[in-house]
Design a protein around this ligand. Structure first.
Ligand SMILES: Nc1ncnc2c1ncn2[C@@H]1O[C@H](COP(=O)(O)OP(=O)(O)OP(=O)(O)O)[C@@H](O)[C@H]1O
Ligand SMILES: [Mg+2]
Length: 847
């Protein structure tokens, strides 16, 4: 066939086909691009050629400069990236399916060569050649995104929790819809199929979103989890919050979400390009983009989650567009199964799909929905679809269901009866479609043209990774002329326009990262400070968001640095403690040759935060020449390791008196408390000993005292007896005086008695003195004991704070390097007057 005629805004789909004769007719089938704004549905059994047709439609759109979003649940839409203008066997070779080759008993070379021939001939037969493929490749960027994985480009869903940029009054319903959808998607992801009106989970989350968004606050998952536990309101409807949804149950819900966030693979959902439609439809330079959203690797629940969020973003994007009658963008969904089921099924994807089917037309967004399960579609929802591509059906049940469904649809109003449709559908072969377009008078039967993309079938995640790796880094080619301005800016959204705002803003910068040997590890620090925040930092908050004044336009640039992370282990044998520490060092590499100051480069940074891809549209500062060589990194790595070995230490406190060591991370207060306790124990023991000593001494004195008292009692008795005796002998002598009988002996005996009495009194007095002395002694001893215990306690109290520092350093083997390599730090480059300023878009906290 001769080269096909290229017509503007007209899609070349294939060749007319004669069903009765079973042969191709000499007439091409073209389709008016604008008709796609009323959406297309594509049905047919497996192998009928739906995916092939989808690829053709997307190729035609790309050739016309119409960008598309392609939801790819099976992985075969990735084939859009397999276009080889030269159609050489070696182009096909890495992508052919080895199993197919084996089945044909061919080696890969031979098989690839056969495929190349097949493609050349197939294209030629449908009037296409190398030139058309080349034009296709140039007319758009083809990109594969892998949400939740780093195989292709990553997509961050964080965007979808941000407060929508909408007019609260005007778009009230829109906001409510958005909240309902986002909440349903989130709940579905954690396994809760919630009815928006009845489920308390749904009601709680919706209220949290509503409160935040209406206050202009962005949410993220962490905040959501916190607010579930402590919502910023105490009443839900007429019930107190805790009655409606008790705290214990709320905690359970929070834990479910937390489990999701804590899973190690979840980080991939939060990294990469923001899930923002304008960024998916246009490259940063404004070129149309075909974004394949590969979701083959995701679980059923994750797919539903992602597709819902994506659709919701499409709804928001759509509402921000101006009206148009031309086709502005396409949304293609293969394997629609499950996303738009008939009533009463209501997965969270359904609502945004219904909105799009109803409203997208006015904004120039066309939906193409394909499925092999006609039974699983909500035909009511599709009653407005303007184009039906009906392919071969296997089961009569499918055909009848489709015909039933079409009864209510405009399809049957074209004068064609159900019976006629039935007959035609039954006669379709593979790649032959019945095209019913409400904008045309009659249905057309056509055979799809040969696809320019190599329809190789589904690619695995690993193959996607290879395919994407092959494409970047792209050579630094000058961007083609900017496309027509009006349309571009509307679509390009927040991305910088294709022309550079200021020549000096990009001076010395390059659009691609420098080429580095593959052994050198590279990572990108995330953008954490928005341009407006950076600007208002600069001016002390005086600049409005959007940042006029200090240069409204900011360019995101990356500057090189070195990043090293390591795990250090500190072993302290005496206290039998080991302590492990993760450390990260970040060292900017600016200016010429320099001495690397690791000592001031320690930062608080979780290496999990690093991204493997730069932000789109960013520029790169120059890398010092020697940093392009692998051996330089090896040397620096060794230097870093040595630095850590010689300079890392942890300090423990040691209290020699109680022989206690602090634990790493233990606060001084806590350690002091432990020492005080130990000191108190020790002083208690010593005081105990002291008391024993004194008690023994006291006992001795007290014994003596007892004895003395006993003696005193005896002395007193003696004394009393003597006094009695002396009295009696006195009576006798007086008596002798009266009787006139005197006896000298008698007199002498009386005086002896008196002497003895005196003696006895002296004894008493002495005992009394001794007792007094002993009692004084006891007093003194007690006083002394008390004094000594007090002293002891005071001494121990002083020892509590008498600590020394012990330095623990790691052994060689205990310095284990983690990441080491080049890291790119993001900055906002802005003009201030005629000066170029670089404001950090990420600030590492010094550790
Ligand atoms: N336009 C085309 N150009 C070249 N080959 C095609 C084209 N359309 C289909 N084919 C071939 O037919 C095979 C089956 O077609 P396709 O994958 O499009 O079927 P399908 O309807 O999408 O099937 P399923 O429902 O299983 O996904 C493809 O693998 C491809 O080899
Ligand atoms: Mg298919």
């Amino acid at each position: 066939m001769d080269a096909v005629e290229e017509r503007l805004a007209s899609f070349y789909l294939g060749q007319r086909y004669d069903l009765a004769g079973g042969k191709l007719l000499d007439e091409t089938t073209h389709y008016d691009a604008r008709d796609l704004t009323t959406h297309a549905v594509c049905l047919g059994m497996t192998g009928s050629g739906k995916t092939g047709l989808g690829v053709i439609l997307l190729e035609e759109a790309a050739l016309d400069g119409v960008p598309s979003l392609v939801i790819d649940p099976k992985g075969d839409m990735t084939n859009l990236l397999l276009t080889f203008p030269e159609l050489r066997p070696e182009d096909f070779r890495p992508w052919v399916n080895p199993d197919d080759a084996r089945r044909k008993d061919m080696d890969l070379e031979a098989y690839a060569s056969q495929i190349a021939t097949q493609w050349r001939e197939g294209l030629q037969a449908t009037g296409q050649g190398a030139e058309r493929i080349r034009r296709l490749k140039e007319s758009a960027d083809f990109v594969i995104y892998t949400p939740g994985s780093s195989a292709g480009r990553e997509l961050s869903i964080l965007q979808t929790f941000k407060a929508p940029d909408l007019d609260l009054e005007m778009d009230d319903e829109l906001i409510r819809d958005k909240i309902e959808t986002v909440v349903s998607a989130l709940l579905a992801l954690i396994g809760i199929q919630a009815d928006p009106v009845r489920s308390r989970e749904h009601i709680l989350l919706s209220n949290i979103f509503n409160g935040a968004w209406r206050a202009g606050e962005d949410l993220d998952l962490a905040q959501l989890i916190m607010r579930i536990q402590k919502p910023p309101f105490s009443q839900l409807g007429v019930f107190p919050l805790d009655t409606f949804f008790p705290e214990k149950d709320r905690l359970e819900l929070a834990m479910l979400l937390n489990g999701l966030v804590a899973s190690p693979t979840f980080v991939h959902w939060l990294e990469g390009d923001p899930l923002e439609i304008s960024g998916l439809l246009r490259s940063p330079s404004g070129k149309p983009q075909v974004s394949v959203l590969y979701i083959a690797h995701l679980s059923e629940a994750e797919r539903e989650f992602f597709v819902t969020l994506l659709l919701e973003q499409v709804v928001s994007w759509m509402r921000a567009q101006s009206g148009t009658t031309s086709l502005r963008a396409l949304l293609y969904m293969d394997e629609m199964f499950g996303y738009l089921p008939p009533h009463p099924a209501n997965p969270p994807t359904k609502k945004p799909l219904l909105t799009l089917l109803k409203q997208a037309r006015a904004f120039g967004l066309g939906l193409i929905l394909a499925t092999q399960n006609p039974v699983d579609l909500d035909y009511k929802a599709l009653s407005n679809a303007g184009t039906w591509f009906i392919g071969r059906m296997q089961a009569d049940r499918d055909k009848q269901r489709l015909l039933d469904g079409l009864e209510g649809v405009q399809v049957t109003t074209g004068g064609t009866t159900r019976a006629e449709f039935d007959r035609m559908i039954s006669a379709l072969g593979s790649r032959v479609f019945l095209l019913h377009n409400v904008h045309e008078d009659h249905p057309v039967v056509f055979h799809t043209r040969w696809a320019m993309s190599y329809l190789r079938g589904p690619l695995t995640r690993r193959q996607v990774q290879e395919l994407v790796a092959e494409q970047v880094p792209a050579p630094p080619h000058p961007e083609p002329e900017a496309p027509p301005a009006a349309e571009t800016t509307a679509l390009a959204g927040k991305h910088p326009p294709a022309h550079q705002p200021e020549a000096s803003l990009t001076a010395g910068l390059s659009q691609v990262p420098p080429q580095l040997p593959s052994s050198v590890k590279q990572a990108f620090l995330p953008v954490r400070i928005s341009l407006s925040a950076a600007l208002s930092d600069l001016t002390g908050g005086r600049v409005e968001a959007g940042g006029r004044g200090a240069g409204g336009e900011g360019l995101l640039i990356y500057k090189p640095g070195l990043l090293g992370s390591a795990r250090l282990r500190f072993v302290h044998t005496k206290s039998r403690q080991t302590h492990a520490e993760e450390v990260t060092y970040l060292l900017p590499l600016e200016g010429g040759s320099q001495i690397l100051q690791w000592s001031s480069a320690k930062v608080e940074l979780d290496t999990q935060d690093l991204a493997s891809q730069p932000e789109r549209g960013a520029h790169f500062a120059e890398l010092p020449a020697e940093m392009g060589e692998a051996k330089r990194y090896t040397a620096l790595r060794n230097e870093f390791e040595d630095y850590l070995y010689y300079n890392s230490s942890i300090t423990l406190w040691h209290n020699p008196h109680v022989d206690l060591y602090s634990e790493p991370g233990e606060s001084q207060k806590e350690f002091q408390r432990r020492c005080r306790k130990a000191a108190e124990d020790a002083s208690e023991t010593e005081a105990e000993k002291l008391k024993d000593k004194y008690e023994r001494e006291l006992q001795r004195i007290e014994d003596k005292l007892d004895r003395e008292k006993q003696e005193l009692r005896e002395d007193k008795i003696e004394h009393d007896a003597r006094k009695q005796e002396e009295l009696l002998s006195g009576v006798e002598s007086v008596f002798g005086l009266f009787t006139g009988r005197r006896s000298s002996s008698r007199l002498s005996s009386a005086s002896r008695k008196r002497r003895m009495t005196r003696q006895a009194r002296a004894d008493v007095e002495e005992s009394e003195r001794t007792i007094e002395t002993l009692e004084d002694e006891i007093d003194d001893l007690e006083k002394e004991a008390r004094r000594e215990v007090d002293e002891l306690k005071a001494e121990w109290a002083e020892r509590i704070d008498d600590v020394e520092e012990v330095e623990v350093t790691p052994r060689r083997a205990d310095v284990q390097l983690g990441l080491f390599g080049l890291v790119w730090q993001p900055y906002w480059q802005v003009m201030a007057g005629d000066q170029v300023l670089s404001l950090p878009a990420f600030k590492a906290q010094p550790a």
